[in-house]
Structures are given as structure tokens and as C-alpha cells.
Design a protein around this ligand. Structure first.
Ligand code: CMP
Length: 149
């Protein structure tokens, strides 16, 4: 493994609580690079495609309603072991179980309102990124000193 990319959504609850800057800052301070970023309001078909693995879950309908209820930020992050590093920064899905110091451990006490979504594998990244970004919207660039992080 080495450098990889992940798809992050800063979800409606995070924007409503004015936490998007705090969350992006945690990714940047860790040394991850933002290589794609946009605000959008998801359509129902996009949400159903994104969460297709949860289609049979009892909370699927509520999940789609919630993620389409107001704008979100979609981001592509890049860095060393980025998929795993971002999952670690997020903490456990259930905020009541997430460790202090993680984003959910510090700001969520819910299993539904989890503030942030991030891809859990290379396979999910490929599935998810295509819903939000085309190739021209993901920028390949270097930052001076980035290898020091
Ligand atoms: P996310 O990381 O975006 O991936 C799936 C989402 O489903 C999760 O965050 C939560 O928002 C939601 N979710 C997971 N488990 C439950 C649950 N038991 N009840 C309601 N929502 C859930």
C-alpha cells in the first residue's frame, strides 16, 4: 500500500451545526490533500446509488431522506494510506462508541447523524467517486514540502 484516495461527504448535520471547517481542518492537519471539493444537494437516485449496499437495511429510507434533505460537501482526499487514515479520524459509526479525539467521538452521539461519510475500501471509493466527480474535477498537484508530512 502507499498513497491512495478516498471520497468524503460532509453530511447535512455537519453543515447545519457549522462543523465543516473543523472537519476539513482535521484532514488537512493530518497531512491529507484536498484534490476535489464541491457543494451539492444530492438527488434521490444519487443517494440510492451511493448507499446501494444498505438497500435492505431498515434505516435505508430514513438515510436517503436525510442525506438528500439539504446540501452536503463532497471531497476527494489523497495521502498515504488515506482510506484507512480517514476512517481512523472519523471514529466508530455510532458516536456513543467513537473514541474521544475522533471526529464522531468529539461531535456526535448518534448512530444516524454521523457528520461525515468516507469510503471503506478501494472498491467503494471507485463506486462512490463516480457519483460526484468527473475526471477533470479531481486535480493532480504538488504542494511544496508535502513529503515531510
Ligand atoms: P455512513 O458512514 O454515511 O454510512 C451509512 C450510514 O447509515 C451511516 O453513516 C449512518 O448515517 C447511517 N446508519 C448506520 N447505521 C444506522 C442505524 N442503525 N440507524 C440509522 N442510520 C444508520
Amino acid at each position: 500500500m502507499g498513497n491512495n484516495r478516498t471520497l468524503v461527504l460532509i453530511k447535512p448535520d455537519a453543515l447545519k451545526r457549522r462543523l465543516s471547517g473543523e472537519i476539513i481542518s482535521r484532514f488537512e492537519r493530518k497531512g491529507l490533500k484536498v484534490i476535489g471539493l464541491k457543494m451539492l444537494k444530492l438527488t434521490k437516485p444519487q443517494a440510492e446509488k451511493h448507499y446501494s449496499v444498505h438497500k435492505s437495511k431498515p434505516f435505508f429510507g430514513d438515510l436517503v431522506s436525510y442525506i438528500t434533505s439539504s446540501p452536503i460537501l463532497a471531497m476527494v482526499l489523497e495521502g498515504r494510506e488515506c482510506i484507512q487514515v480517514v476512517r481512523n479520524l472519523l471514529g466508530a459509526t455510532d458516536g456513543s462508541k467513537a473514541s474521544p479525539g475522533t471526529i464522531r467521538g468529539d461531535f456526535s452521539n448518534s448512530i444516524q447523524y454521523t457528520l461525515v461519510h468516507a469510503s471503506d475500501s478501494e472498491e467503494s471509493y471507485k463506486h462512490e467517486v463516480s457519483i460526484y466527480f468527473n475526471n477533470e474535477e479531481i486535480l493532480d498537484y504538488q504542494i511544496e514540502g508535502e513529503n515531510l508530512i
